[in-house]
Structure formats: C-alpha cells, structure tokens
Design a binder for this molecule. Structure first.
Ligand code: CTP
Length: 520
C-alpha cells in the first residue's frame, strides 16, 4: 500500500456504526454482537466523541464495573483529511470528520480495499455506451450531493465477465432518496418505486436501476427477512450472498473496491459464501448458488459446500415460505438453461428436501427439452415442474400453487394417468386422443412422463388444425342451423387430424358421411 495522502472524500465509506454515549452497556453489547463490529463510534447528539472498543466493553462487563459508556470512551485519530499513515494507531482506524460529526470510520480493511486501485491499475472494464451515461450522471448527482456512489453486485460481476446486464444496483454512502430524485432528473428516468426500506427504483430505457444506501443487517432467525440499517460499505459487502456479488465499483475513480476477494474468485471461477451460516440465514441463496454455478460454470469453494451441508442438516429449506421458494424457482426458470440448475439442486440433495421423489438427470433433461419446444413461460414451467414432482395434490402448495389452479392441475394429472392405456394404444385414432388432450392444461401434458416427446409435439400441432370449413360455409351448403353443424365440424377436424382427407375434399367428405343431413 502506498503511503499517499488521499482526498478525504475518496474515503467515504458509508455511515459508521454509532451509539449514543448515554446508552447502556447492554445496548452497546447488543449492537456489537448483532453487527459483528469491533469498534463503535460514540456520539453525543450529532457530535463525535470518541470510540468504544468491544474488548474494552466486554472486559468492563466481566469485571462488573459500575461505569458509563463515557468512562470507556477512547480517543482515536480524527480529522477532515486522511492519510494512510493515520491508521498506525492501536485501533487501526481513523474517523473522517465533517464539522464535528463522524462522516466515516476508516479501518485498515477499508483502506486496503479502497487502495485496490493501486493493485488494479491494469484492470480495465468496458462500459457499454448507455451504462456509461448512467454512470456519468450518477457521478454528477453524487458530486452535487457530496456523497459517493458505487455500482455493486451483479452488474459489477457481469462487467468483469463481459456479459450484458440491464439490472443496475447503485449504492450510495448517504441520502439515497435525494440521490434517486437527482439521478432520475438528470437521466430523464422514471422513479417507479420507493420502499419503506429506503430503496428506490428507476426505469430508464431498457435499464432497471436500483438505488440504496449502504446497509448493515442482521437476521432474527433463520430464513426470516433481515433487519437492515444504514451502515458502512464493508458491512454492505459482508451482508451479500457470494464474494463475486460483493464487489463495488467506485464511479468516481472507476476502480474496484473488493473487500472479500471477489475478483480473485471471479478469475478462479469460484462461488464462495461470505460466512458459513450464509445459507442458514437466507436459504434462498442456495437456489441463487445453483443459478450462478451453472450459468457461469463456477465451482463451489469448500466452505460453500460446508455451508450447504450445514443448511441441509438444519432443514432450513422447510422454513422458507412457498412464495419465496416459488420466486427462486421462477428465477431458475428464467435462466437460459434451467435444467442445469435443477440438476445441480437434485444432485446436491436440495430438491429432495422439498419433494419426496426426485427424478434423475435424464428425466429432468427430457422435461426441460420438451418445455422449451412447447414454449412454456417460466411460470408455466414452474407449474409443470411442481406437477411432475408431486405425489399428492398438497405437494403443489410447496411452490405456491393453490386454489383453483392446484385443483385443475391435479385433476388433469389424475385424468391423464387414468387414460394412459388409451393414449398409448396405437389402434385408437389420433383425433380421439387429441380431443381428450386439448382439454388438459399444457403443463399437465409436459408433466405426464409416460407420454413420449414426439407424441406430445404431434398432438400440440394437431391442436392447431382447423376443420377447413366454417359453420357459415356449411349453412351455405344447405345445412340448417343446429347441433348437426357442430358434429360435422368435429368430424371434419378428426378426419384432418387422422389424415383421412386432404384439403379441398371437405365438402365431398361431409356429403358422404352426413348424407342424411344433406338429404333432409
Ligand atoms: N443479494 C444477496 N442475497 C440475496 C439476494 C441478493 O446477497 N438473497 C445481493 C447480491 O449482492 C446480488 C444483489 O443483492 O448481487 C442483487 O440481487 P439480484 O438482483 O437478485 O441479483 P444479481 O446479482 O443482479 O444477479 P442476477 O444476474 O441473477 O439477476
């Protein structure tokens, strides 16, 4: 690390973890424990007073000292400028001040991550023109508001992997709302969503731009949604799913800020969790892992495998609501090749935590090849897949299929099973089978593994076959209005499906088959 003096504003690391000096020991201890921090900034109102060291607090509590936090306050180098030399102190930390309040706490880890620019000088990223425009305007908005803005997550990963991406996540060090409004105005973008959690979404051309202030978070229990609070960038990196998604790209310097080795893992094609309880706190990450591993052809690091085993051992998947589970399956179905992620989940014993009987990889491949040929939407694929795996009607609820849809799908599965012999009998005309099958939801056809692919595709084509004459045409030929017309059109269609008449032969066919109707 070069010992250079940096412009202080280049080291804005987000809101430091702060506690009021009048708080109790227990409150401070809880914050340390939830955030996993070693230092808290002590304030009196907005004014920076000093820092509290976790070790010191715990010792004071162990000794049973009757003191206040103010007694435990320690002074730390602080000022409006920053040089890395300032980190050489017993705390390895420095407080960046604005007037008398603490703007950022810079730890050795922050300084190292921000100094990545020294290490990545030869590392260039190519920005597509529109993304460049977003970044330029975002930088201008940040400058106007005196904050820092970073690209984060999937967009940074995809830029490095040179893959196109239209989902942009921006993290700011503060004032997310003002920033979102300012950027929307500069780009001429629509502010489509603001949420209670201080996140904002802009829509601009083909891009979705999500904006949030850097946050820290904690989980009250496995699989719950986390509680989030404004926090330092380092915590915002740590709360993410995998190191490859924890990279920040500073829009001012266009350099990477890599707290946890995400770049190294991207280059080594490794999917690494940030900590061993990652899948326990958020089991949806297991499905995300399956998508990334198969989409990018990345391997799990050994810790990621251990984190997965731990989560499966603790049965955390059973804690996920069916709506959240469905959402993860939806995202898998939206992948270019969903079968890879599903096979991955099957082979890593994830699917059989959800369903009793899991098909082998050849059946899964067949299923998805057919789903693609049938051009099912991602939502239809979920329904078909749930039906494919379900042993009883209730199993469909696991992927949030309920009410009328659940009943209809299950009924279709039963009817198809009952008619298996009929459908496979070569002596029965195709038209009879088509008339039966076209009443079924297409998801149920896909899920009926006893039907072979060629047969299903042939039937799907037959669904489109029209009788060749209309009811009006028949009336013109002298047939009176009434139920006969329906019967004749059905017979005509059956003949076409079975290939027993050719185009142009419709009238002759009807005159022969329905001679009595014509003669009456
Ligand atoms: N994230 C996370 N844990 C989750 C969901 C999201 O850590 N359960 C973080 C990751 O850092 C991720 C970012 O939030 O990169 C944005 O999430 P999302 O938009 O779902 O993913 P992308 O990274 O954009 O990936 P994809 O290409 O699959 O859309």
């Amino acid at each position: 690390m070069k010992n250079t003096t940096h412009a202080a504003e280049n080291f804005l690391t987000g809101t430091p973890l702060t506690i009021d000096i009048k708080s109790s020991f227990e409150q401070a201890q809880e914050l340390f424990s939830l955030a996993g921090e070693e230092l808290l900034v002590l304030t009196d109102g907005a004014a920076f007073k000093g820092v509290l060291r976790r070790r010191v607090l715990e010792e004071a509590m162990r000794f049973g000292l009757k003191l206040d936090l103010a007694d435990l306050l320690e002074k730390i180098p602080a000022g409006e400028d920053f040089s890395q030399e300032a980190l050489k102190n017993p705390f390895s930390a420095y407080v960046l001040l604005k007037k008398d309040s603490a703007k950022s706490l810079i730890t050795l880890k922050d300084a190292f991550a921000f100094a990545w620019e020294d290490l990545s000088e030869n590392f260039s990223l190519e920005f597509p023109e529109e993304l460049s425009e977003i970044c330029t305007k975002a930088s201008e908005a940040a400058k106007a508001l005196g904050l820092r803005v970073f690209l984060v997550g999937g967009i940074v990963r995809d830029l490095i992997l040179k893959r196109p991406s239209f989902d942009i996540d921006l993290v700011v060090t503060e004032k997310a709302r003002y920033f979102a409004e300012n950027l929307a105005q500069k780009l001429g973008a629509r502010l489509v969503k603001t949420s209670l959690f201080g996140t904002f979404k802009l829509a601009w051309r083909d891009y979705d731009i999500d904006i949030a202030q850097a946050r820290w978070e904690y989980y009250e229990a496995p699989a719950r949604l986390p509680k989030t609070f404004p926090g330092p960038l380092r915590q915002d990196a740590f709360r993410r799913d995998f190191t490859i998604n924890s990279l920040f790209l500073c829009l001012k310097t266009r350099r990477l800020i890599d707290y946890y080795g995400g770049l190294k893992d991207l280059c080594a094609k490794k999917l690494r969790v940030l900590h061993i309880l990652s899948f326990v706190e958020d089991p949806t990450r297991i499905f995300r892992a399956a998508r990334y591993a198969t989409r990018f052809n990345f391997a799990f690091s050994s810790d990621t495998f251990r984190a997965l085993s731990l989560a499966l051992k603790l049965k955390v998947l059973s804690l996920l609501s069916s709506a959240r589970l469905r959402n993860e399956f939806l995202r898998i179905m939206e992948e270019e090749n969903p079968s890879l992620a599903i096979i991955f989940l099957a082979e890593n014993r994830v699917l059989n935590e959800l369903f009793e009987k899991v098909p082998d990889k050849f059946e899964i491949k067949r299923f998805f090849a057919l789903a693609t040929k049938m051009r099912l939407s991602p939502a239809e694929k979920i329904e078909a897949f749930a039906l494919f795996l379900a042993l009883r009607e209730k199993d469909l609820e696991r992927l949030d299929i309920s009410g009328h849809k659940k009943k209809a799908l299950w009924q279709a599965k039963l009817s198809l099973k009952e008619k298996a012999a009929f459908l496979k009998d070569p002596k029965i005309p195709l038209s009879e089978k088509v008339f039966f099958l076209e009443k079924m939801p297409r998801e149920a056809l896909l899920a009926a593994s006893f039907l072979d692919e060629a047969f299903i595709l042939k039937c799907l084509k037959c669904f489109e076959i029209k009788p060749g004459l209309s009811g009006e045409d028949l009336q013109k030929l002298g047939v009176k209005q009434g139920p006969e017309i329906g019967k004749m059109l059905k017979a005509l269609r059956a003949a076409k499906i079975d290939g027993t008449i050719k185009p142009g032969e419709e009238e002759a066919f009807l005159r022969k088959e329905f001679a009595d109707v014509f003669s009456s």
